[in-house]
Write a protein that binds this ligand. Structure first.
Ligand code: PMP
Length: 450
């Protein structure tokens, strides 16, 4: 007989006693800004499974917000980390080179360089730090100040990053003054087309809107950069129409503006290609990476064309940036993403697997969409998938989404919301078809019970 796929194992009513006790201490001593969508306190993980402190084992469909690409405690990653930490944990990349980070930079640029076009890498510790570096570089390189970002975007929590972020006002209220000279334009969301456009014309509508701003309120020759998520993450896992990013590239070329792609969430293989912009025929000037780079160890990167990375020696740095232990984890993660090391049951590489299993999940969710009228939209690429809940009039139904999310959790599926009324599906890229089936079955049961 074939072995049965692993199932969630709920040993206690949720939350269990140890979870409750830690959550109580957490609420007493940690920052009041932390959110707690449902009661879960991890104890240990293995692959796509996480076990809480009460011994309840859950299927992980959010991977620590699109971070744990190789799953939890992947043996190849653990070994790489152990080997490096016994050699040295820190010296400081700002002042001394270290081979492990040099070779990591070489591997990253290999995924983006084109003939005759060299790229360079700056390493930080978080997505926000990569975004700050990108904006500083764009201003420094162009000698211009204005930055254009998009509505619905998320770029992080530091001052520059919250200024660029175009979603919830709670990220900004009471924190000002923010960075000057930042404007926001709509994101071409085919499901909710902005500016009176249609799903087919929304890309061009946004480009026309930017041109209108350039001829009226923002002198184009004062614009240093346009920063955009090639697939929008926190805003709702949105894929723009195919003509949009090439059009944006042409617009940037016309006015000498740097095009920054924030790949912090959709990048590193999640979409089924190394970078999500590679689904479109387009090349940026600057790219930011974090989250999925190192399977959970903190490291981020800002990549820029050599012709753009012209800032002077000593003008930017980071004490911990490019930490060698995190770099070791990044090498191991790349091994699995590229298929240099194979993960059993995941085809030639984790990127292949993301395409394969993601395509399967998308197709299955579209079947559910036909069954449940409140699933307004199912979208995504690879294992970057959004499920949008709507009211009968088509408007976003955040309350229903929250109930669905909780119902899935109670059945042993860890999931996370995004946007106004979206559940994101961003599991580890080692998710097999069998485990995907298990997750989909839980989702269907939870949705049916709504
Ligand atoms: N950019 C994008 C696209 C993100 O999704 C995030 C995090 N959600 C960030 C930047 C900020 O990353 P970090 O939290 O590591 O600073």
């Amino acid at each position: 007989t074939a072995t049965q796929p692993r199932q969630p194992l709920l040993k206690t009513a949720l939350p269990g006693p140890k979870t409750k006790a830690i959550m109580e201490r957490d609420s007493q001593h940690l920052s009041t800004s932390y959110m707690r969508p449902y009661p879960f306190v991890p104890d240990h993980g293995e692959g796509v499974w996480l076990t809480d402190v009460d011994g309840n084992t859950m299927l992980d469909f959010f991977a620590g917000i699109a971070v744990s690409t190789t799953g939890h405690a992947h043996p190849h990653v653990v070994k790489a980390v152990q080997e490096q930490i016994t050699r040295f944990a820190h010296v400081c990349l700002t002042d001394y080179p270290q081979e492990i980070t040099t070779s990591l930079a070489e591997r990253l640029v290999a995924h983006i360089e084109r003939p005759g076009e060299k790229w360079r890498v700056f390493f930080g510790n978080s997505g926000a730090e990569a975004v700050e570096a990108a904006v500083k570089l764009a201003r420094n390189h162009t000698g211009r100040t204005h930055i254009i970002s998009t509505l619905g975007s998320f770029h992080g929590r530091t001052y520059g990053a919250i200024t660029l972020t175009g979603s919830k006002t709670k990220y900004k209220r009471g924190f000002g003054p923010l960075l000057p000279n930042v404007s926001h334009v709509p994101y071409p969301n085919p499901f909710r087309p902005p500016l009176g456009s249609t799903p087919e014309t929304c890309g061009q509508a946004v480009l026309d809107h930017i041109e209108l701003l350039f001829s009226t309120v923002i002198p184009a020759d004062e614009v240093a950069a346009i920063i955009i998520e090639p697939m929008q993450g926190e805003g709702g896992y949105i894929v723009p129409p195919a003509d949009f990013l090439p059009g944006l590239r042409a617009l940037c070329d016309k006015y000498g503006i740097m095009l920054i792609f924030d790949e912090v969430q959709a990048g590193m293989g999640r979409s089924g290609k190394m970078f999500s912009f590679q689904h479109f025929a387009v090349q940026p000037d600057i790219v930011t990476l974090a989250k999925g780079i190192a399977s959970g160890l903190p490291i981020s990167a800002m990549l820029a064309k050599e012709s753009v990375m012209t800032w002077p020696v000593g003008s930017h740095g980071s004490t911990f940036g490019g930490n060698p232990v995190a770099a070791a984890a990044a090498h191991a993660t790349l091994d699995l993403l590229e298929g240099v090391v194979k993960h059993p049951g995941c085809g030639e590489s984790l990127m292949d697997n993301a395409r394969e299993v993601g395509g399967y999940i998308l197709a299955e969710l579209r079947k559910m969409q036909a069954e449940f009228g409140f699933l307004g939209d199912v979208r995504g690429e690879g294992l970057f998938i959004g499920l949008e809940f709507v009211k009968p009039d088509g408007s976003p139904d955040g309350a229903l989404r929250d109930r669905a999310s909780m119902a899935m959790f109670e059945k042993g599926l860890l999931n996370l919301d995004c946007g106004e009324a979206v559940i994101r599906i961003s599991p580890p890229l080692i998710l097999t078809r069998e485990d995907a089936e298990t997750g989909l079955k839980i989702m269907r049961e939870a949705l049916a019970a709504l």
